[in-house]
Design a protein around this ligand. Structure first.
Ligand SMILES: [Cu+2]
Length: 361
């Protein structure tokens, strides 16, 4: 199929053709090609399209490759970081709109990357046109509310607080107001990576994703503008389960797949905002060759684990080796969430075949 450069470029009819599911609009359809399709993806320009997606179409889908570089310094430093609470209307899938809540107009919020011993001056500013107050609770902070008690801001307000990162980890940050479950569902979460003093083992590429579930007053795929639905949230019965705020966000149905090459090792930073569902994260056709449960980087990683739990409010730091060309679909192996509710991302690995490892007979 023709590569698609941005989510909003797809008309609903085109989406339906790609999905091959005429019943999708009735909420009874499903997302196709659970295992992905290497040949179909091979010509996609998704990687390039991702870079300009936010600026071009106002999408909230964070670019998984737009993250701070690994830290190679040996001295502590001070960071001045600003997060801006922005409430914005965007598409969950073509024709389906919702008023999301974000940090910096993206889902997940920007990845913050510091080192043990660093000091962070964090400013939270709430946009003038926000309807709600917001705050930020960082699991990297010792103190009341993970900092949220120091930074709750009404629309138009701004507050700064300072904390020192004293322990390593891939850790969530999220809005910490009283109804934070609703704010997180609508997009207010991200990851702070506190690297250990010695750093992390080097890899060839890094990707950053955020899983969350969205509760609306409609059923999957029905076009329209939808309000948040508290009762569905309390029942833990989401309409959508998403990477980065959109259905099938990094597949040919939306922004196209992520890219890597045979022989590389790639690292995924995946934050699960939830607010309620524990992800069973699996890369189809590959394995987490090295991963740190709960993003707990002070501990030795586990090796060769296929499906890993990521509780809401926690993160995965996991590496994959890429010995063969393939299309890897990264998804929640609670499969109905992927097949019927939208959580899917593809990683296309290009390079020479390895018949010593895999061949058709
Ligand atoms: Cu909030």
């Amino acid at each position: 199929m023709k590569p698609t450069s941005k989510l909003s470029a797809l008309s609903r009819r085109e989406f339906m053709q790609i999905a091959g599911a005429g019943t999708l609009a009735a909420g009874a359809g499903s997302l196709p090609t659970l295992t992905g399709s290497g040949t179909a993806h091979a010509a996609s320009s998704g990687g390039a399209a991702l870079k300009g997606a936010q600026a071009e179409n106002g999408s909230l889908i964070a670019d998984p490759t737009k993250i701070p570089a690994p830290i190679d310094r040996t001295e502590a430093m001070t960071h001045d970081i600003e997060l801006v609470a922005e409430e914005r209307i965007a598409e969950v899938m073509p024709g389906v709109r919702h008023r999301f809540m974000t940090f910096n107009g993206q889902i997940p919020g920007p990845m913050i990357r510091v080192r043990v011993g660093d000091t962070v001056n964090l400013t939270l500013r709430n946009s003038e046109d926000s309807e709600d107050s917001h705050s930020v609770d960082l699991h990297a902070v010792y103190g009341s509310g993970g900092g949220a008690h120091y930074n709750e801001v009404a629309p138009g307000e701004s507050k700064t607080f300072t904390f020192k990162a004293t322990y390593p980890g891939g850790l969530i940050y999220h809005c910490g107001v009283d109804n934070a479950d609703m704010h997180i569902s609508r997009g207010m979460f991200g990851m702070i990576l506190v690297e250990p003093e010695e750093g992390l083992p080097p890899v060839d590429r890094e990707f950053y994703l955020g899983q969350h579930e969205l509760y609306t007053d409609s059923t999957f795929g029905v076009p329209g503008d939808y309000e948040f639905h508290d009762r569905s949230m309390v029942r833990e019965d989401p309409t959508y389960v998403l990477f980065n705020g959109a259905v099938a966000s990094f597949t040919d149905m939306a922004l196209g797949p992520l890219k890597a090459n045979v022989g590389e090792t790639v690292r995924f930073f995946i934050v699960v905002g939830g607010p309620n569902l524990t992800s069973a994260l699996h890369p189809i056709g590959n394995i987490w060759s090295r991963y740190w449960p709960q993003g707990a980087l002070a501990n030795a990683p586990l090796r060769y684990v296929s499906t890993v739990p990521i509780s809401p409010g926690s993160c995965l730091v996991g590496d994959m080796e890429l010995p063969v060309p393939q299309s890897i679909r990264v998804l929640d192996h609670a499969l109905s969430r992927a097949v019927h509710k939208g959580v899917a991302a593809d990683l296309v690995v290009e390079g020479d075949e390895r018949p010593d490892l895999l061949k058709a007979n």
